[in-house]
Design a protein around this ligand. Structure first.
Ligand code: EPZ
Length: 425
């Protein structure tokens, strides 16, 4: 098992290029199921989640090859086993987004219910409801979602909003199924995330007929066939946001390339409020922190609101602000596994229901901490860059799920991170 040994404090300077988006790549890989044949996806990051999803597709009958760093070829000519096995699905919840494409392509699917998750309760009732609205018969059997649509799917007007607003992968599942359904589907309260817009653009390139992309009302005119595609996924806005916080928390200056500021308005707004300079530049921006860290209140929301996937990283940053900030988590109300770990590093955080009161401290102190999920682990690495002394981050496999060799991207900027292998923690 890998750990990180992080020496702090450091000041980061230099240039980093953002990789393709994990959360755009995963549903777009699932979309390849809809059209028998060879699809080639570019800018797909080299992450453990991508490898797990590739194995999932291979289990269905696909052939997945990595052509070179960033390109993935998926041959979906044969889908002879429309089953998402528990052993794979339990490792990665995003596996659920094969359900819609399998139903549309094969008329049947059996996918394991995703299990528990450290960021909180994550039901899939909206996915199921949306697919049932399209005419699928769905039952839960021995931990599996068993779905059938022997006569194909039929377009319908569907409200897909839930108690926390729209659902990202739920929208992906229903949109992909509707692309091959008979007639028109309207998804109301659809997710507007850039990753969903990227999926819709990819589907249209495959021959689908989707409009209202980027808005909460998607209109999908079903078509009879889709064709394989060559497609390049968008840059990862959450990775970009993480590097922006890295510049801010180390009072550094980083040039970030291959980053779309237009996808990050809420993030940039908060950073500027905190006193960080974000200068647009060719293919990205320059992030500078020269005047300390001011307080800010943050409420996470579905896009275009502030992304929940940057909540932990901003908590690490605001733990060094001059005064109190309040962070409210409105998408995953229990997503606070990082709070206790940051407090181990002498942060002063108090949880109150779905909110955390962040009382700024002068400095963080190094400690051994435990990563619990992808974004929490990123926050611990950022805190380690600013803390006095040697921080040990355990269970680094969490961070490898969403950041490609992050230490190899931070060290050239001035970080001192060593990856070490140790016997199980
Ligand atoms: C996607 O998860 C992302 N994952 C998550 O990123 C991200 O945190 C999340 O969207 C929100 O932005 C991928 O894209 C692979 P949701 P998803 O369905 O689609 C509730 C990361 O760090 N809900 O939009 O699973 C749900 O419990 C990951 O990269 C229902 O109630 O999230 C939550 O409170 C972590 N019923 C809210 O909606 C449902 O059927 C939003 O969840 C579905 C969701």
């Amino acid at each position: 098992m890998d750990i990180f040994r992080i020496e702090g404090p450091v000041r980061l300077c230099g240039t980093v290029t953002i990789n393709g988006s994990k959360n755009a790549s995963l549903p777009i890989m699932a979309a390849s199921i809809l059209a028998g044949g060879k699809s080639t996806l570019s800018a797909v990051p080299n992450l453990s989640d991508i490898s797990v999803f590739s194995r999932l597709l291979e289990q269905l009958g696909c052939c997945v090859t990595r052509i070179d760093n960033g390109q993935l070829c998926i041959d979906s000519t044969v889908i002879d086993n429309p089953v998402g096995d528990y052993e794979i699905v339990r490792k990665m919840r995003a596996s659920i987004c094969i359900l819609g494409p399998l139903l549309a392509r094969c008329g049947r699917a059996k996918v394991s219910m995703p299990g528990g998750c450290s960021i909180g309760d994550r039901p899939v009732n909206l996915h199921i409801r949306g697919l049932q609205e399209l005419g699928a018969q769905i039952q839960l059997k021995n931990g599996y979602i068993v779905a059938e649509a022997p006569n194909g799917l039929r377009g319908k007007e569907i409200f897909l909003g839930g108690p926390f607003g729209s659902t990202v992968l739920g929208t992906a599942n229903v949109m992909m199924a509707a692309a091959l359904a008979k007639g028109r589907t309207i998804i109301e309260s659809a997710a507007c995330e850039p990753e969903i817009a990227d999926l819709a653009n990819c589907l249209n390139k495959m021959g689908a007929n989707i409009s209202g992309i980027g808005s909460p009302r998607l209109v999908i005119e079903g078509v009879r066939h889709l064709r394989p595609v060559d497609y390049e996924v968008i840059p990862d806005r959450i990775e970009a946001g993480t590097f922006m916080v890295a510049a801010a928390i180390t009072a550094g200056e980083i040039t970030i390339t291959n980053c779309r500021l237009g996808d990050m308005m809420a993030v940039v707004d908060r950073l500027r409020h905190i006193g960080i300079t974000i200068e647009p530049a060719k293919t990205g921006c320059v992030v500078t922190c020269s005047e300390g860290i001011k307080t800010a209140n943050i409420t996470t929301q579905p896009y275009p609101g502030f992304p929940t996937d940057l909540q932990a990283q901003f908590m690490a940053l605001l733990s060094l602000a001059e005064g109190n900030s309040v962070i409210i988590e409105k998408v995953f109300p229990d997503r606070f596994m990082h709070v206790a770990e940051l407090n181990r590093m002498a942060a002063n955080l108090r949880k109150e229901g779905p909110a955390v009161i962040v009382a700024g401290v002068k400095k963080l102190m190094a400690a051994s901490v435990m990563a619990s999920d992808l974004r929490a682990s990123a926050a611990l690495v950022l805190a380690g860059l600013a803390a006095d002394g040697i921080t040990i981050v355990n269970r680094v496999y969490h961070i490898d799920r969403g950041y490609e060799k992050i230490e190899k991207r931070l060290n050239p900027l001035g970080a001192k991170i060593k990856r070490k292998q140790i016997k199980g923690v």
